[in-house]
Design a protein around this ligand. Structure first.
Ligand SMILES: [Zn+2]
Ligand SMILES: [Zn+2]
Ligand SMILES: [Zn+2]
Length: 251
């Protein structure tokens, strides 16, 4: 299984429009972060986790042609506004199965109401909606949905084999922590240094990493407060800051 980081930036992306901070002006390509999303590849099939605002650019960058499924963590704009841009794949391959929690579906149905209109305009995304409440199987992989907390909002994290994707949260309940042990790769939210009402600080992320003991951890959903090279020097050995285009192998 290969995990490709399509985007690792917070909701406004890095650089942030109009900002002239050190990170936003950095020449380091690892400081250029599109909105957060990953592609999971297994036996030639692709699972997209979140269709970010930057999906079109991300897909063109890696030459993406097919999607076996899309999983949504939640319906915040930065994680779902790219759904419309997955249409070329649907026009070629037919409807794509989309998996989200009932709560996330409520948001997606509001945002993309035109997708659900009976006999609506033909050029809309073609999806087969699935509501996820328990484990399900995709392209020969077991997908385990877990709940994490994003301020007040329950968000879906995913464990797939010995990989887990935990973005947009500032709290992981004990029952979810218990299911995040024995990982080869944990991808986890680490927004910035200062406390935030809905995202983890770097310190909070490192605390969870210490507790969950993954073999390797990669940080994502990063704001311009964190400059890749500078911050990387101070991280534990098994922790790295993810960057756009990074491919991590699991298993
Ligand atoms: Zn987000
Ligand atoms: Zn900045
Ligand atoms: Zn969010």
């Amino acid at each position: 299984m290969n995990i490709t980081f399509l985007g690792t930036g917070t909701s406004v992306g890095v650089p942030s429009v109009g900002c002239e901070c050190d990170t936003c002006l950095s020449d380091d390509p690892r400081d250029k972060r599109l909105r957060t999303s990953v592609l999971v590849e297994h036996q030639g099939q692709n699972i997209l986790i979140d269709a970010s605002t930057d999906f079109r650019q991300q897909a063109l960058r890696i030459g993406l042609k097919h999607l076996a499924a899309i999983l949504f963590t939640h319906s915040h704009a930065d994680h779902c506004f790219g759904l419309d841009d997955t249409r070329p794949i649907m026009f070629r391959d037919g409807a794509i199965p989309v998996y989200a929690s009932e709560l996330t579906w409520q948001g997606l149905k509001r945002i993309f109401s035109y997708v659900f209109e009976p006999a609506g305009y033909p050029g809309v995304p073609r999806i087969v909606p699935h509501s996820i409440e328990s484990d399900f199987s995709l392209v020969g992989l077991n997908v385990e949905p877990l709940t994490v907390i994003h301020g007040q909002l329950p968000v879906t994290a995913f464990r797939i084999d010995r990989f887990a994707y935990v973005t947009d949260c500032n709290f992981i309940p004990d029952e979810s922590c218990a299911r995040l042990r024995g990982l080869d790769l944990l991808v986890i939210d680490a927004l910035r240094f200062k406390k935030h009402p809905t995202h983890m600080t770097l310190e909070q992320s490192l605390g969870y990493i210490e507790r969950l003991e993954p073999r390797r951890a990669l940080l994502t959903h990063i704001s311009h407060d964190i400059k890749h090279a500078e911050t990387s020097e101070h991280l534990p050995e098994n922790v790295e800051i993810a960057y756009d285009g990074l491919v991590a192998e699991v298993g």
